[in-house]
Design a protein around this ligand. Structure first.
Ligand code: FAD
Length: 523
């Protein structure tokens, strides 16, 4: 019987694990584990992990400017519905804001300029498609060879995103459109990222005849296969899949959301307030776990030691920290697990926030450029993406409801990404080895050159996420299977791994993973 649970990590994965442990995984669950004692350990002096929001003073009285240091938005689709369900349960639905329709535009940096990918206007779509070889790639796709291993659905098959898409759609399409997408989500090197662990559905389509064939002409076998996958994926998602039914709010057709007044940190603040008022739960801030040992096999309990030498015993331990940071905790007690966990790869990225106040010029330069743009490596830039946050969420610069004429802008520049990128981009920057001043200078120079923004920002903020995003490299799934098998054999179910290193790198994935872990426990 589980009486005491330890959670390592106070990011969204740790905090949502706490929530589901205490409140059950279902919308209708009530006080499922009142007697359970829960301890949460967080290395830093505050919770939130990657999710950190900064508030600056705006132009007008009482006006705030909301700046996201790390993650900036969530999608209200798929696993996002689960996040919306959690938000509803947390009682903060009224604070949700959906992105403005103005941010719908998709831009890619091509030939030295951000260019919009046309989504409407037949002539524009045709012109763009011909110019960037899209038509030829699509016409040829159904005739491209499918490897034997894929046809036979070999469970051990995996390959890089680049190999997969350049085989199906050609090298040009891969370099121009697929690579920037990988940079945007993973800061990743697509010649090394696993197709199976990232674009799972696309990989599957190939085994049913290719991307186009698999999408348009579904065989009975494919439909059966996909329905099994959907059943598995939807198992923990709310049953009412319509956003409106679940949430009673119009998504403004954008499906991208955050929170007014405090950005994504709203979820963190609310979860933290629940923990603070829970007498059976203790949150240890500024406490880093440094060692984990299983006790004897009979009682299956687990011991953890913190950086101050304090020891704690748990029936169940949930780790939500990156697997490479978990590795050293097993160095003495379990060298095999230590070695396996170290093999999981991570990417470093720098985020530079720039705030411009009372600046019509900057506002004008960015207001028709949608959410921002991604930069393929072939453009040889140090910057890998630029977000116009104030286009996406105008509320972040205009939260004084009486006035509606903000001249403030927030621009966020991303630099760095996986070290593999340097093989095809001479201007790739190792952000872990570059000063914050230099990163700021690179961002300002880029914006000056590309958008002719000469003005100096009123506020700046530079964050470096060293090993901040998991990099699911080819073979990731097999490595995870090996890790899981070792854990099951040696720890039974007393050690569970959560966080975003396993099944999706986003916040929605992290919350979904926490729900999955808690649903596997028997109280
Ligand atoms: C720059 C950037 C932009 C992103 N943008 C988006 C986005 O727009 N949308 C999106 O959905 N996702 C985005 N992500 C991904 C998102 O941040 C993660 O999915 C999510 O925050 C992961 O949460 P977590 O709790 O699993 O991990 P983390 O947030 O990393 O939290 C782990 C916590 O564990 C603590 N910890 C580590 N070691 C120990 C130890 N030994 N003892 C105790 N505590 C420890 C850490 O201090 C940290 O607080 C982005 C990530 C980055 C880096």
């Amino acid at each position: 019987m589980i009486q005491k649970v330890g959670i390592i990590g106070g990011g969204i994965s740790g905090l949502s694990s706490y929530y589901y442990l205490r409140n059950g995984i279902h919308l209708t669950s009530k006080n499922v584990s009142n007697g359970l004692k829960i301890n949460i350990f967080e290395k830093s002096n505050k919770v939130g992990g990657n999710i950190q929001t900064k508030i600056f003073k705006g132009d007008k009285k009482d006006e705030k400017i909301i700046v996201e240091e790390g993650p900036r938005s969530l999608r209200a689709l798929g696993r996002g519905l689960n996040t919306l369900e959690l938000i509803k349960r947390l009682g903060i639905s009224n604070d949700v804001i959906f992105s403005s329709a103005n941010s719908n535009g998709k831009f890619i940096f091509l030939d030295g300029k951000p260019k919009e990918i046309p989504m409407s206007g037949l002539f524009d779509i045709i012109k763009f498609s011909f110019k960037h070889s899209i038509v030829g790639s699509i016409l040829k796709e159904p005739f491209n060879k499918i490897p034997k291993q894929v046809k036979q659905m070999d469970p051990n098959w995996d390959e890089s995103i680049y190999d997969f898409f350049s085989r199906r759609l050609g090298k040009n399409m891969a370099k121009t459109f697929i690579e920037p997408t990988c940079l945007g989500i993973y800061g990743g090197d697509y010649t090394n990222l696993s197709i199976k662990s990232t674009f799972k559905r696309a990989a599957l389509l190939e085994s049913f005849g290719g991307l186009i064939f698999g999408l348009l002409f579904k065989s009975k076998k494919q439909k059966q296969f996909e329905s099994e996958l959907d059943k598995n994926e939807n198992r923990l998602l709310p049953s009412k899949t319509s956003l409106k039914e679940l949430f009673d709010k119009d998504s403004d057709k954008t499906n991208v959301f955050s929170f007014k007044d405090s950005g994504l940190s709203r979820m963190i603040e609310r979860l933290k307030s629940l923990i603070d008022s829970d007498s059976q739960t203790k949150l240890y801030l500024s406490t880093s776990i440094s060692e984990i040992q299983k006790n004897n096999k009979d009682n299956g309990s687990i011991k953890v030691v913190d950086n101050k030498g304090n020891q704690y015993q748990y029936d169940q331990l949930i780790s939500t920290i990156p697997l490479n940071q978990l590795a050293p905790m097993f160095k003495k007690s379990d060298p095999k697990l230590y070695q396996l966990l170290q093999l999981v790869d991570y990417t470093s990225i720098a985020v530079v926030n720039l705030v411009y106040k009372s600046n019509k010029k900057v506002l004008k330069k960015i207001q028709d450029k949608g959410f921002g743009y991604l930069v393929p490596s072939k453009e040889n830039q140090s910057v890998i993406g630029v977000c116009f946050d104030s286009n996406t969420f105008p509320e972040f610069v205009n939260n004084n409801e009486k006035e509606n004429s903000s001249e403030q802008s927030i621009i966020t520049v991303m630099i760095g990404g996986n070290k593999g990128i340097k093989d095809r981009n001479d201007h790739w920057i190792d952000v872990t080895n570059t000063s914050k001043d230099k990163l700021l200078e690179i961002s300002l120079n880029h914006l000056d050159k590309v958008l002719d923004i000469e003005s100096s920002p009123d506020f700046t903020n530079v964050s470096i996420y060293e090993n901040g995003i998991p990099h699911y490299k080819v073979g990731h799934q097999n490595l995870l299977n090996e890790i899981q098998q070792h854990i099951t054999e040696n720890y039974g179910t007393s050690l569970l791994l959560g966080g975003n290193s396993i099944d999706g790198v986003g916040i929605n994935d992290s919350i979904h993973k926490s729900k999955q872990l808690v649903s596997s426990l028997k109280f």
